[in-house]
Design a protein around this ligand. Sequence first.
Ligand code: ATP
Ligand code: MG
Length: 570
Amino acid sequence: MRLSQFHLHTSKETPAEAEIVSHKLMLKAGMIRKLAAGLYTWSPLGLRVLRKVERAVREEMNAAGAIEVLMPAVQPKELWEETGRWEKFGGQLLKMKDRKDAWYCYGPTHEEVITDFARNELSSYKQLPVNFYQIQTKFRDEIRPRFGVMRAREFLMKDSYSFHVSDEDLNREYRSMYDTYGRIFTRLGLKFRAVSADSGAIGGAVSHEFQVLAESGEDAIFFSDGSDYAANVELAEAISPGPRGAATEAMRKVDTPHQKTCEDVAALMGITLDRTVKSVAVMGTDAEGNPQFVLALVRGDHAVNEVKLGKLAGLAGYRLATEAEIAGHLGSEPGFLGPVKPAKAIRIVADRSVAAMSDFVVGANEKGFHLAGVNWGRDLPEPDEVADIRNVVEGDPSPDGKGTLQIARGIEVGHVFQLGDKYAKALKLTVLDANGKAATPVMGCYGIGVSRIVAAAIEQNFDENGIVWPEPMAPWQAVVCVINPKNDAAVAEAAQALYRDLNAAGVEAALDDRGLRPGAMFADIELIGIPHRIVVSERGLAAGTFEYRHRQASESENLDRTGVFAKFGK
Ligand code: ATP
Ligand code: MG
């Protein structure tokens, strides 16, 4: 590609709307342009990178035996009603009506469509196992689209769905996809980690996320320094800190006129935060389906994990209690809440570490007071329920008993799930088994955020001058820069010849023949992150050399033609 014939449109300005580096650099490099919130055009430059990611994903999926299909973006309401997700999917589902007043959605994912395809296509166990994949545009009406293509509303996903006669076979394919994902991210030159994840609303027992490690990542992931344990914050287990110590203090009331947080109470009393207990009042439902007031207790230095709490009986979709509900059950206002002598009988859920505490501090259920020296069994009954309901923190013991947990930030670029028979059942997919009987297949599903990978790669690979692409993702491997091409025919010719020869030798090279001054030209090439830069100048030509520089090197080298080709192993 001759850059004079290509649409390269970089900018020196740092765009004000961009909060993170990848978004800034993608805009400055002119890779993407915003149309509206969460909607982006990929420029010719951006598309070259996107296509590289796509190609790596496609080749590895093919090599793993998956078969490519392409499903519609627009999907009929009736199909989504069969799984109940027309209502359940929530606000991310973009719904629309056609001219006949029939409802459709723009697909945020394709479990319904693929299972519909499967129920029409698959009739015998002999057709299984099979894994269909597509690389296709999704739409999710994200509450806060941000960071450019990192969290867009319209984005490119690779999604695949596998069908099996048995759980064992699903396990085998799941392993194979897990390994394939590892190969894809390794091939793209990314530093990543696979972590155990909560399979949440999608169902199924087993799930892993693939996280590209980056400071700016939205997800917290925890890994052990003593084993290969790794999980995201929703799943990482906080184990019990061991047996409870004996009570040594008497319970006493402490004057805390203005102290409404554990931090303030601890500071006033001159104790550490881990001696205090935070009481979080929420509303769930009891066994009869009636509203139930629940007090969730975590240590003052810990935070409630909403996903973990939501997994307890009656707490799926819980909400925070209102001030009126709190006053009704505890007889107090927020800031002074606690589990000792509530005004009404309430359900108390204690985190494992709270259940192990003695001589602790809680709100007194009375404005302006806390209780210190509180002990389970003596000052209040043992908790109704002890569960892991908090976020793990760095330094917690690893749940597998080996090492302690360390924290890292990650960007989720892939997600694999075992779906079980949820969709097959809902959509009445059956095949005849070996005995000629109808059987419901089990399914797996596997997603990769193709467009998000482009941004994630930049978060991991940049410097003060711009993007530093891992070579497999770069728009071009190399660029041949012509100094002064218009005025010097010999230089222009030598550059063209080198550009032609590199491409003929299998090096993907561009020719920068835009006629820019060297400073501006080099700034652009560094901004867009081309790994190898080769400058052809009058001076070099006279000496029989080219000025070569790697994007990550601090110095240039003068190389002859053989030396240049050697840089590419040619
Ligand atoms: P997230 O937790 O980031 O919202 P998700 O769990 O909703 O992601 P999945 O349903 O597992 O995502 O989708 C598969 C992949 O698609 C994700 O791993 C992610 O890489 C990508 N993806 C999801 N939502 C977006 C988005 N709004 N913009 C870009 N990529 C996305
Ligand atoms: Mg996810």
